[in-house]
Design a protein around this ligand. Sequence first.
Ligand SMILES: [Zn+2]
Length: 276
Amino acid sequence: MSYPRYINEMIETTYDMWSKGWDEYNGGNISYRLTEQEIQEMATDLADTDYRIYSEPIVVENLLEVPHHFQGQYLLITASGSHFRYLKEQPAVDTGIVKVTETGYDIVAGFVTGKRPTSEIYMHILAHAARYAQNKEHRVVIHNHATNIVLYSLLNEVTSESLTRDLWSVLTESIVVFPDGIDVLPWMVPGTKEIGQATAKLLEHTRLVVWAKHGVLSTGVDYEDCFGLIETANKAAGLALDLQRISGKPVQENDVLTDDNLRAVCKALHVEGRYL
Ligand SMILES: [Zn+2]
């Protein structure tokens, strides 16, 4: 039995996230937008696996108004109550494929014991739609509780600009990985339409949204791109926390990278920093 690549990468990514301590117990969720070819070959690709394909899909309607340009897309998505430590043992139980419809989705494969998609599916659909409108290569949305970023947002009054500048100024690679910056959403109740809509709005001009005092919402053209974005921001947040702790001063009062330093990095690597 061998799974198609997009399922194998989901298995690896969920386990890596759990190993990093970002997805305790049932925390976090991931979705991946299938390519045209993967949709065409789904029946063949899943034939020798424990995924089941439903001739009569389970229909969920009246959940949200799906933007027109995103209707008909297929997402591989993690289940509500899936545990990323254990998902690798039972991907067909803990993930499934949904087809996005006008006001919801049809479950077309997977979730073989009857689990349902993450309660954040509303946010996933809107996040994909927002990024897909910006970049036709967009594929992956990840939500998790990246530890250093959560801690940083608990310790500091963060805004989109202050967090972006702090993380840019402690790790030279940061501005290259997220030149569009990081947007901060003040704390909101998760799993609601409001947080989904507010997140999607911010994703019109950024790839990474921090949910203050909760976690991150990252997007990317593939799993590695999306994971790497969180990894870099979380590394920078860790440096910023250590810097604050060791010096006893706010990040910007230390000998961090200046705007001129950041501009020089941008020039050398041909990116444009949002706040410079
Ligand atoms: Zn969460």
